[in-house]
Design a protein around this ligand. Structure first.
Ligand code: SF4
Length: 380
């Protein structure tokens, strides 16, 4: 039987760089640069012809950047290349990330022909002032128009990304964004807090930094999100992700459950064959380097690193981590390795047992980063 795998394909182009963004993406690339990149990407994908024979692909995620800014016809070429190498499971989830203002009916029809069955649209806010402040290229009406176009094109599985804790944002304005999004009834909603990343225009804007909501307000927004979305039929299945029943993102769950995935393109990360690695982030090196030299930071798995990841990635999910599965995977009870840290956090009310599952409590979600860091082990 063939093994399961997921694939990520990175398209690093955006119409323009948003002011808070430190993702590996570039604004204003020429058509020539885009084509040169895709040619290189196709060559990289073709290298896996032999490897691919052993696998069936469970999910594909084309992310960026803004993959939907590629001109018409290029996405079809990309998927043609993908399908010439990899076999997809019949029910594979195929997601394409897109941004409002870059979609057209023709592009959406092309994506459907390519087998894309899930769209992830970066809205961030329904408030035009906030969108402007973030340096986004679109306004709210453009998002609504694109969302409706996607529905008309037949997309029945759509995620909308929203950001919380924006400079100057109040619970009222955040609540309005949430309400407007829920009104459109997407199948999936992701809510992440703005993180100020070094080297971005945001990080150097003192006025803006001074107007960031407090941590208390940020937590309130998160709790409010849960209350509203739960009441509207969305289930929180991960700290920042909500879905209607049956629409949790399968691709992301592969990351959180230690499944294998291969990433193609500039800076794309992989976890495959007992190794974690990422492609070079250097544009020139990616375009002109040899296939052998693409991989950087190759880290071989150890039992400890697999146990750590099982715990801190698994705890991101609301279901938590199964002690039975831990023992099956690693041949040792979870409590033999993590007994003290689990007991401490259970006593403090940050973790709890739900049958065989260890999971974060509501209070634990607020301090999840600290808790997860305590599941790191000393390498022996
Ligand atoms: S659209 Fe996304 S990837 Fe592109 S610059 Fe903005 S935040 Fe970054």
């Amino acid at each position: 039987m063939k093994k399961k795998i997921s694939l990520y394909i990175h398209i690093p182009f955006c119409v323009k760089k948003c002011d808070y963004c430190d993702f590996l993406s570039f604004g204003g690339c020429s058509e020539q640069e885009q084509k040169a990149y895709l040619t290189r990407l196709f060559r990289e994908m073709a290298c896996y012809q032999e490897v691919a024979k052993e696998y069936k692909v469970e999910s594909v995620f084309v992310g960026g950047g803004t993959p939907s800014m590629l001109q018409e016809g290029l996405m079809e070429q990309l998927f043609h290349q993908l399908y010439s190498v990899w076999e997809l499971a019949e029910d594979a989830e195929v997601t394409l990330e897109c941004n409002p203002g870059t979609l057209t009916a023709r592009k959406l029809a092309e994506y459907r022909t390519c087998g894309v069955n899930r769209l992830s649209i970066g809205l961030q806010s329904a408030n035009n002032e906030e969108l402007k402040l973030l340096g986004r290229i679109h306004n709210y009406d453009q998002f609504v128009a694109n969302f409706k176009l996607a529905r008309e094109a037949g997309f029945r599985n759509i995620n909308v990304d929203i950001m919380a804790a924006l400079p100057g944002q109040t619970q009222n304005s955040f609540g309005k964004t949430l309400a407007k999004v829920v009104d459109l009834q997407p199948e999936h909603i992701s809510v992440y807090s703005l993180i100020i990343e070094e080297g971005t225009p945001f990080a150097e804007n003192e006025e803006l930094l001074a107007s960031l909501p407090s941590e208390v307000m940020e937590r309130r927004m998160y709790k409010y999100t849960k209350t509203i979305l739960n009441s509207m039929g969305y289930d929180r299945y991960e700290i920042s992700n909500y879905a209607k029943p049956g629409y949790a993102c399968r691709h992301n769950q592969v990351y959180w459950t230690g499944g294998e995935y291969l990433g193609f393109g500039l800076g794309a990360a992989s976890y495959w064959n007992g190794m974690r690695f990422e492609n070079t982030k250097d544009w020139e090196e990616y375009l002109s380097g040899s296939d052998e030299n693409l991989r950087k930071n190759v880290i071989k798995d150890t039992k400890n690193s697999r146990m750590e990841e099982f715990m801190f990635l698994g705890l991101r999910m609301m279901q938590g981590v199964s002690k039975i599965e831990f023992e099956m995977r690693f041949g040792i009870p979870m409590t033999d390795i993590y007994g003290t840290v689990i007991q401490d956090y259970v006593e403090q009310g940050f973790l709890c047992w739900d049958g065989e599952y260890l999971k974060l409590t509501e209070a634990g979600i607020d301090v999840s980063n600290v808790i997860m860091a305590d599941f790191l082990l000393d390498e022996q």
